[in-house]
Design a binder for this molecule. Structure first.
Ligand SMILES: Nc1ncnc2c1ncn2[C@@H]1O[C@H](COP(=O)(O)OP(=O)(O)OP(=O)(O)O)[C@@H](O)[C@H]1O
Ligand SMILES: O=c1[nH]c(=O)c2[nH+]cn([C@@H]3O[C@H](COP(=O)(O)O)[C@@H](O)[C@H]3O)c2[nH]1
Ligand SMILES: NC(=O)CC[C@H](N)C(=O)O
Ligand SMILES: [Mg+2]
Length: 517
């Protein structure tokens, strides 16, 4: 297999560098991220089909700001700059960048000029784009045509077609820039002249080779949850090293109704991969007793998972130790745990920020740079059953982060019942695929007064949190039909003792996250 010529995304500390890479892959062009600290010679040695310079928090004129090496522009590689990358490119080529006092954050109208060049050709005279900048290109470099402006950016886009270079102040990679994907594709196809020939099956081949190189003839275990990410990760590893792989499913007592049985029954039947099931309920519930702080819960769960994997590895190993642990970690788990370049810790995902410091396994994470919808495509391509591929995501820490308050068996049972009702009614209404994820949350430390059977009740509220999303990085609350919400509410308050109120969460992400903890 020959590796395709990559489009390199140079990361200047953007929150969304991976999003750019993913949009490029969506355009069926292979893409990889490289840090801005990589020398230009090393970038060029990768024989890139084009280079995209990402956004970033710095200002190009500030001391110590990461700059683009002018050598990049003496090569004939096509270059596209976005936001900070656009500014850095302008400065490196002799244009000017300044803080004008005009900041633009969020949805902004863009006005393409009549001589709009290739990127913005024949788009409306005013179109919505997403901006996030405080600095501006005030003068384009010689040889560049200014192709758009906005109220706060006199140079909002420019192009040098003979030089195969272009740049934009706004962010074409985010969904809020409605024509963003189209603009990126125009850069890739029409300016850089790249053909859209790459498919996710190329990722499969590439990862299989990488896994073989990493693992050799050693034994491997994979944390398997029943979710799509670990199922796909396991399938890739199985394809690479076959029977050297054993999956370990941990029943930590924080699962939903029927989940453990389903994984045991369906997974092996569907894949033929060896599976070890560990009942660790006592261990997890003991470690979580009385703990209410969300980050503390997450760290405890991350640690206990690893301890269970270690014990399982000792039992599995036929000769020596199992060195490798496969996890279905995706890019959003990494960014939210603060693992991106200069990104903040929002919450410690158990499989990234929640890992204990004394972790001895080497991690095998073939999906670490990908988003859920890409993983689903790969899962389908690998032949995993549709029901597995389209399953709603369920977080590794399970119901523990959906009980607001301390976790115990009684509360888990309440939440499990309410969750099952919500899932049953959603499926009965035929809406599983319209909703991306549907957490049900128990406000265990809150009580409210109700009237049931002519008597007073003083029970707990349950929150319904159905959301739509593409990749969990942003989300909106799902506009479920009122009659479906009504049925869920009636059934929960009738059937779950102790719950006398059901509320609907109508918060998008941001500002809310999908899970409450
Ligand atoms: N109960 C579990 N037993 C073993 N490993 C688990 C369990 N829960 C989570 N993991 C590990 O943690 C990783 C991250 O969990 P996460 O929920 O993000 O992924 P997933 O369960 O594979 O997919 P999904 O997001 O669709 O639920 C999993 O891919 C898996 O490796
Ligand atoms: O395996 C996981 N371990 C975790 O610690 C974890 N925390 C959140 N999630 C899932 O990630 C997505 C984004 O969630 P948030 O909007 O709540 O951050 C949603 O799909 C969440 O369910 C987790 N998954
Ligand atoms: N999002 C960005 O790349 C911001 C670039 C630069 N820091 C500015 O404020 O203009
Ligand atoms: Mg899961």
């Amino acid at each position: 297999m020959s590796t395709p010529r990559p489009v390199l995304v140079v990361d200047f500390g953007a929150q969304y560098a991976q999003l750019i890479a993913r949009r490029v892959r969506e355009a069926r062009v292979y893409s990889e991220i490289v840090p801005h600290s990589m020398p230009v010679a090393e970038m060029l040695a990768k024989n890139p089909a084009a280079i995209i310079l990402s956004g970033g928090p710095s200002s190009v004129y500030a001391p110590g700001a990461p700059l683009v090496d002018a050598d990049l522009f003496t090569s004939d590689v096509p270059v596209f700059g976005i936001c900070y990358g656009f500014q850095a490119m302008a400065q490196a080529l002799g244009g000017t960048v300044a803080r004008t006092g005009n900041r633009e954050y969020g949805g902004t109208p863009l006005r393409p000029r009549p001589e709009a060049g290739v990127l913005l050709r024949e788009l409306p005279a005013e179109l919505p784009v997403w901006m996030s900048h405080g600095d501006c290109v005030t003068e384009a470099p010689a040889g560049f045509t200014v192709t758009a402006e906005s109220a706060g950016a006199p140079v909002a886009a420019f192009e040098d077609l003979p030089g195969r270079r272009a740049g934009v102040q706004f962010h074409p990679e985010v969904g809020h820039t409605a024509q963003g994907q189209e603009m990126l594709q125009r850069f890739l196809y029409d300016i850089a002249g790249i053909a859209p020939t790459w498919t996710p099956s190329n990722i499969i081949e590439e990862q299989v080779e990488r896994i073989r190189a990493q693992v050799g003839d050693k034994e491997v275990i994979c944390g398997l949850s029943g979710g799509v990410d670990s199922a796909v990760a396991a399938a890739l590893v199985h394809k690479a090293v076959g029977d050297q792989l054993t999956c370990v499913f941990v029943d930590h007592g924080l699962l939903r109704a029927g989940e453990a049985e389903q994984v045991e029954k369906d997974y092996v039947a569907a894949t033929g991969i060896k599976l070890k099931v560990v009942d660790a309920q006592e261990r997890f519930l003991g470690a979580l007793a009385g703990v209410t702080d969300p980050e503390q819960k997450r760290k405890i769960i991350g640690r206990e998972f690893i301890r269970v994997f270690e014990a399982a590895a000792r039992e599995i190993a036929a000769h020596g130790d199992v060195e490798f642990l496969v996890q279905g970690t995706l890019y959003p788990d990494v960014v939210e745990s603060g693992g991106g370049t200069g990104t903040a810790n929002i919450k410690s995902h158990h499989n990234v920020g929640g890992l204990p410091e004394d972790l001895k396994f080497a991690l095998v994470e073939p999906l670490r740079t990908l988003f859920k919808d890409e993983v689903r495509t790969i899962g389908l391509e690998l032949g995993l059953p549709e029901a597995m591929v389209w399953r709603h995501p369920f977080p590794g820490p399970g119901l523990a982060i959906r009980i607001i308050g301390a976790v115990d068996r009684e509360r888990l049972d309440l939440l499990r019942q309410a969750d099952l009702i919500a899932r049953e009614e959603l499926t009965a209404a035929g809406l599983d695929r319209d909703v991306w994820q549907f957490p049900v949350v128990l406000l265990a430390d809150v009580r409210s007064v109700g009237v049931q059977g002519d008597g007073r009740s003083y029970g707990h509220p349950v929150v319904l949190r159905p959301v739509s999303s593409e990749d969990a990085m942003t989300a909106d609350w799902s506009r479920l039909p009122y009659d479906v919400i009504a049925r869920i509410s009636t059934r929960i308050t009738n059937e779950v003792a102790e719950v006398n109120r059901v509320v609907l969460d109508v918060t998008s992400k941001p500002p809310g996250t999908i899970e409450w903890e």
